[in-house]
Design a protein around this ligand. Structure first.
Ligand code: CP
Length: 323
């Protein structure tokens, strides 16, 4: 794997390979092997032009657990404020020895530009670009679904037969887009649930069913309900019902939790707007996988870095190296 830019072009085999290597990574950590030597001597640069808690910190943790050196770059406080371009910023970091660049950028397509422009030779991992994609989020979500439903028997399994409802601000959500492509590649059925104004115009080309009614979607017994953050910073009055109306019609609360089938799980990529798209009852319930998603994110990002930087067919299996 040379880069990880999206899930739309990720094959089923490549997706399962990342998820299965993430299982190995998780196993080594659960055996209290703090660090693997795999990426010793490699340098991973976290290049973040937008804010992040989970993604940036878990990429950093993942790289360190593989013994890579990590350079954290945040656009705030950097020479970007003096007008330095993406090209010059990236080439500066490459000159400092970057082997992989993890990039989050407000512009859809920035990671593709970095990967295909020839500006740098490092592998590129998309950590979220505009409203386009957030591939490692979708991979950790798929990993979490597999883990909740198959436990230790997850390896090699796809999600055929699963039904996932993705609920909320689809219009602005790179998480929704990456999940739609990955979940359907893995065989799952996806229903998008949103107010009509928060559904993208090109959605008819997506392999999904659309619903404007959360209660109806819940009555169809999804295995997983993935709530999305309402991106209030990107809203204007044309898009959004009032917060009160949104919460009443599209928020997941205790009453709706009670209508979900036994065994259905509740997901959220974070950060959450508690009391808006998800109530505290739902976020903190035993069905909620919110913190599992965060923990699984480290294993999935370890797998992605490993496959990018240690090669497609490592001679030593991660579990062997840990011994
Ligand atoms: N889910 C997610 O991308 O969270 P952060 O913005 O905190 O990285």
């Amino acid at each position: 794997m040379r880069h990880l830019l999206d899930t739309r072009t990720l094959s089923r085999d490549d997706a399962l390979r990342i998820l299965d290597v993430a299982e190995d990574m998780r196993d080594t950590q659960s055996r209290e092997v703090k660090k693997l030597p795999t990426l010793r001597g490699k340098t991973v640069v976290n290049l973040f032009f937008e804010d992040s808690t989970r993604t940036r910190i878990s990429f950093e943790a993942a790289a360190k657990r593989l013994s890579a050196d990590v350079i954290n770059f945040s656009a705030k406080g950097s020479s970007v404020s003096k007008g330095e371009s993406l090209q010059d910023t990236a080439q500066t970091l490459q000159a400092m020895g970057a082997d992989a660049v993890v990039i989050r950028h407000g512009a859809s397509g920035a990671p593709h530009t970095l990967a295909t422009s020839g500006w740098i030779s490092a592998g590129v991992l998309n950590a979220g670009d505009g409203t386009h994609e957030h591939p490692t989020q979708a991979l950790l979500d798929a990993f979490t679904i597999r883990k909740r439903f198959f436990g230790d028997d997850s390896r090699g399994r796809d999600l055929a037969g699963f039904h996932v409802a993705i609920v909320g601000d689809i219009l602005h959500s790179r998480v929704a887009r990456s999940n739609v492509w990955l979940l359907t590649t893995l065989g799952a059925r996806v229903t998008l649930v949103a107010p009509p104004t928060l559904v993208p115009q090109d959605v008819s080309a997506w392999p999904v069913t659309i619903s404007y009614d959360l209660d109806q979607a819940i009555a169809s017994a999804p295995d997983a309900v993935m709530m999305l953050r309402i991106q209030l910073e990107r809203m204007n009055a044309a898009y959004f019902p009032t917060e009160r109306e949104y919460s009443r019609r599209w928020g997941l609360d205790a009453a709706r939790m009670g209508s979900l089938p036994t065994g259905s799980i509740v997901m959220h990529p974070g950060p959450m707007n508690r009391g808006l798209e998800i109530s505290a009852d739902a976020a903190d319930s035993p069905r909620s996988t919110v913190l599992e998603q965060v923990a699984n994110g480290v294993s999935v990002r370890m797998a992605a870095l490993y496959l990018l930087l240690a090669g497609e067919r490592p001679t030593t299996h991660p579990q062997e190296e840990a011994r």
